[in-house]
Write a protein that binds this ligand. Structure first.
Ligand code: 10G
Ligand code: SF4
Length: 322
């Protein structure tokens, strides 16, 4: 007689996985590969997911961190370079132009919107606080829209309490990274508003619809789950935030896995209900892979917990849309 598999309820959070900005960025690289053939250079991981990066690399995309890694002969041959969905400082397109590169910007339109906000505040002589995480490429890109010293980074509530605008600042404004924790950011903004009542800013924050919805969905599953698994990469800000949100909203345990193979290192004994979600850069095929691996060990009953429907899409850049 074979042992029956133990039961496992999987609460599948919705929305999860790819957002419109990620979908667009990947399509840009694919479309360039189709039109130009390899190599298509991509500055930085197009999105923070190894599976996506390796799939595009297998088709001829070449990932670099900086433009100076791109050989001159390929530039002269017209190989395009794509800027990742996270956005780039102004110095990057300037350097590409100076080298005569064919450049294609895959920055998410919702990140570009924050760049334009930054410029608008600067034009009105406001010193800017950028709420975000130091060193993240989106933060580097957003800070790099303005001259050095125009933006002060605020990473957490402690920063918000002690941050001091430069003495010459005439007015203040804030903007945010798009993938932050909605709740932590609200606390940071509350501190800034209390200290600087005249500070300008968006009505709430610049956190995007996809980040907001994925956090709302994980909040709906976390209190019912013994463990929440988030499919995503360690360098994926929005995926890391989903782990934190799950822990803060009632999951006794939560962790990031990149794909099914990582389940081997996850203690599942005693887990009767498992919450499952995926960051905005994690493809659905990896969710399916994890569910298939769970089915090998458990009698899985799947329950979708959907808190919002999404119908956002972004058009490709005009040159690729035809
Ligand atoms: O969550 P981050 O910003 O680290 O990026 P990602 O590639 O994991 O997910 C898509 C989000 C962006 C491109 C940033 S707007
Ligand atoms: Fe755009 Fe939001 Fe996706 Fe970032 S997470 S690429 S801002 S839709």
């Amino acid at each position: 007689m074979t042992d029956a598999k133990p039961p496992l309820t999987v609460l599948l959070a919705g929305p999860r996985g790819f957002c419109a900005g990620v979908d667009r960025a990947i399509k840009i690289v694919e479309e360039l590969l189709r039109r130009h053939g390899p190599p298509v250079y991509v500055r930085h991981e197009i999105v923070h997911n190894r599976f996506v990066v390796e799939s595009l690399a297998a088709k001829g995309a070449v990932f670099v961190e900086e433009l100076d890694e791109i050989p001159e002969e390929d530039v002269r041959a017209g190989a395009p370079v794509v800027f990742s969905a996270h956005g780039v400082p102004k110095s990057v397109p300037e350097a590409a132009r100076a080298r005569g590169m064919v450049q294609v910007d895959a920055t998410c339109p919702l990140v570009t919107k924050v760049h334009r906000e930054a410029e608008k505040h600067f034009a009105k002589r406001r010193h800017l606080f950028l709420i975000g995480h130091a060193g993240h490429p989106e933060v580097v890109g957003t800070m790099g829209q303005l001259p050095p010293g125009a933006v002060t980074l605020v990473e957490d509530v402690a920063d918000a309490r002690r941050v001091a605008p430069p003495p010459e600042a005439e007015a203040l404004a804030y903007i945010t990274q798009t993938t932050l924790s909605v709740d932590d950011t609200a606390e940071i903004i509350a501190v800034l508003r209390e200290r600087f009542p005249d500070i300008e800013g968006p009505r709430r924050e610049d956190i995007c619809y996809a980040t907001t919805n994925r956090q709302a969905a994980v909040k709906a599953v976390a209190p019912r789950a013994d463990l929440v698994l988030v499919i995503g990469a360690p360098n994926s800000s929005n995926s890391q935030r989903l782990v934190e949100v799950a822990l803060k909203t009632g999951a006794p345990a939560a962790r990031l896995i990149q794909r099914a193979a990582d389940l081997a290192a996850v203690p599942l004994d005693g887990v009767a209900t498992l919450g499952l979600t995926a960051g905005a850069s994690a493809p659905e095929v990896l969710v399916e892979e994890v569910i298939a691996a769970l089915r090998e060990r458990f009698a899985v009953s799947l329950e979708e917990v959907v808190v919002a429907e999404e119908d956002v899409t972004f058009r490709l850049p005009a040159a690729l849309a035809v």
